[in-house]
Design a protein around this ligand. Structure first.
Ligand code: M6R
Length: 603
């Protein structure tokens, strides 16, 4: 979390830094700040809350200078206050940091003579560097020594008094990219940030330190050796971010789903067979699929478990990344380990991937950001092709993750001899029908908008589903919690009577996700159990399902009919729209919900 930027420019940098931070605000928005160098002297401005507060401050109190660094914060150590906001400054050193310095207490104790001003781990970096400079080291050597003393995860950018043509960046555990301009150089947490300034980007590797001047960059690796890193061309489209006429990024991203899913499916299976361009995964000798992810990506894995088990007959484990490696699970030497992450930078998922290295036969990842750490550390990274996702609530990335995972399950089923060509073609045809069905489901938006007015008054809600609709119930609840702040839980509907049914009363809306699948009748029986206890049921099913379910439900949302196996992909749409419109009724911040950040790069 946290976004960082640095510019050695030809023009005034403060407005450039603020514009760039806007593109990084998805990484955190508790506070923001910039530091610039004018006439050889550092100065900074910092403000609590959204970036707009920093912009307002700069209107009244501008900051001149052509070199600068900036930061947007997701608070870890110390609350969102001005004192805790970055850049941190010690003497002639200013620093912005993304990550966590685990040994900051020890370092702080060693620097006890220094006047610490914040509660953060990050200030330690500035103070340690300043300490080394005071001992006579050059900024380059001081940074190298500082970085070598840090434990934990970090991407950092440094600026120094009296050094208008020097900026130093370092990376260990958190992403950092160098941007190449025309007589200008940049640092940024990702290529999206640098998009308006340059399409030429170098991704730093673990342990790299980059010494930038306006005429170029020198990169040293973890051993201090000169490192030759590629300069890559980033397609403009890959860094484009706008709301496309929608009120929120989330709305734009929901309505992009038919297009991006269709492109994704065409990439993996242009015809009647799964044919992945380039290297294709091989499940022939795989005895187990171990899937690990966080949040919505973890829910995508839970859905995919049904497909791998039912279609390919492959046993499948699904783990939350933050729990996985601490459990020290044994990994079969014939296992395929599969990591799913939109950002490709989620710290827990990355650590889980590293745990399986040298244990599993193959490490696959399903990612949206092709240059991400998870992609680069996998044996094979499979793109979901969703395009930039800005809304903190994951929507199009989830649907595309499911699209890729469905293709992988079909591929595994074929390689395991569980399906013939005709069945493969039939499954792919069902997948190809989804973008059209999703478009139809999105047309139900107005109906959902009106009905969520009542849901917005609830303080608690339940989502129920059976089979692969159970993870979709979890997804519906996660989305609702995340952006409307209404407490919500997802349950396997058959499990309700083992405890959670005690929660049911007239005040708790119960949303039942019930496509007409093999478990439909059982789901409806569970729904009746809820209604018998005065529960207010909102049934989500197709027209025939609605008729079969009978009377007595509080409300029904009629979905297009769908063959059940890939129904979870379609039922993601009402889950998203319900959360979105409930949030709009409540007036919450849909794209930047409180306490959250899009990319979770700390444990
Ligand atoms: O970038 P990742 O897919 O690894 O992120 C995982 C979760 O943080 C993410 O899915 C989160 O749960 C979303 N905000 C949910 O909408």
């Amino acid at each position: 979390m946290c976004g960082i930027v640095g510019v050695l420019g030809k023009h005034e940098v403060a407005p450039i830094l603020v514009e760039t931070l806007k593109r990084l605000e998805y990484r955190g928005y508790d506070s923001a700040g910039i530091a610039t160098l004018a006439d050889g002297r550092l100065d900074r401005r910092r403000a609590v809350g959204k970036l707009v507060n920093l912009s307002d401050l700069l209107v009244h109190d501008p900051l001149p200078g052509k070199s600068g660094i900036g930061h947007t914060r997701w608070a870890t150590h110390g609350g969102p206050t001005v004192a805790n906001a970055h850049p941190h400054r010690a003497g002639g050193v200013a620093v912005v940091h993304n990550g966590i310095i685990e040994n900051y207490k020890e370092l702080r104790a060693q620097l006890s003579g220094q006047p610490f001003e914040s509660e953060t781990d990050s200030e330690t970096i500035a103070r340690l560097c300043e300490h080394h400079i005071a001992q006579g080291l050059s900024p380059r050597d001081a940074v190298t020594r500082t970085v070598n003393a840090l434990e934990g995860a970090f991407a950092v950018a440094f600026l120094f008094d009296g050094e208008p043509d020097l900026m130093i960046g370092a990376r260990k555990g958190s992403p950092l990219a160098v941007g190449h301009g025309d007589g200008e150089m940049y640092l940024g947490s990702d290529a999206i940030a640098l998009g308006p300034m340059t399409d030429r980007v170098t991704y730093l590797e673990e342990g790299d330190i980059a010494f930038l001047t306006r005429s170029g960059v020198e990169i040293r690796d973890a051993d201090g050796k000169l490192a030759n890193r590629d300069v890559r061309m980033i397609a403009g489209q890959a860094t484009q971010i706008d709301k496309g006429g929608h009120k929120h990024f989330m709305a734009k991203e929901m309505f992009e789903q038919p297009t991006v899913l269709s492109e994704c499916l065409a990439y993996y299976a242009p015809g009647d067979t799964v044919a992945i361009p380039g290297q294709s995964p091989d499940f022939t000798d795989t005895d187990r699929v171990t899937m690990v992810a966080c949040g919505t990506a973890h829910i995508a894995c839970q859905v995919a478990k049904y497909w791998f088990e039912q279609l390919a007959g492959l046993p499948c484990d699904v783990d939350i990344a933050s729990e996985f490696r601490y459990r020290e699970p044994p990994i079969s030497g014939r296992a395929t380990a599969l990591f799913v992450s939109q950002s490709g930078e989620t710290a827990d998922t990355l650590a889980a991937l590293r745990y399986t290295r040298d244990k599993a036969a193959t490490i696959l990842s399903v990612v949206n950001v092709a240059e991400s750490s998870i992609a680069r550390e996998s044996d094979l990274a499979l793109p979901i092709m969703a395009g930039v996702e800005v809304g903190v609530a994951s929507t199009k990335a989830f649907v595309c993750q499911l699209g890729v995972l469905a293709n992988l399950a079909i591929l595994a089923a074929r390689q395991k001899g569980r399906i013939d060509a005709a069945r493969e073609a039939e499954l792919l045809a069902q997948l190809r029908a989804l973008p059209g069905l999703i478009s139809q489901a999105l047309m139900g938006e107005e109906q959902i908008r009106r009905r969520t007015a009542k849901l917005a008054q609830a303080t608690s809600a339940l989502f129920l589903g059976r089979g692969p609709m159970y993870p979709m119930a979890l997804e519906g609840a996660l989305k609702l919690k995340e952006i409307s702040y209404i407490h919500a839980e997802g349950y396997a509907s058959g499990e309700l009577k083992h405890g959670p049914i005690a929660l049911v009363d007239k005040a708790v809306p119960v949303i039942v996700l019930a496509p007409r699948d093999a478990l439909f009748d059982k789901t409806i029986s569970n729904m009746q159990e809820v209604m018998a206890r005065d529960g207010r049921v909102w049934l989500v099913t197709d027209a025939v399902g609605a008729a079969q379910a009978g009377d007595g439900v509080w409300d029904t949302l009629v979905m297009p009919a769908i063959d059940p196996i890939f129904a979870p992909i379609l039922y993601a749409i009402p889950a998203q729209l319900i959360a979105y419109h409930t949030a709009l009724h409540k007036g919450t911040d849909v794209d930047q919900p409180r306490n959250l950040a899009k990319s979770v790069t700390v444990e």
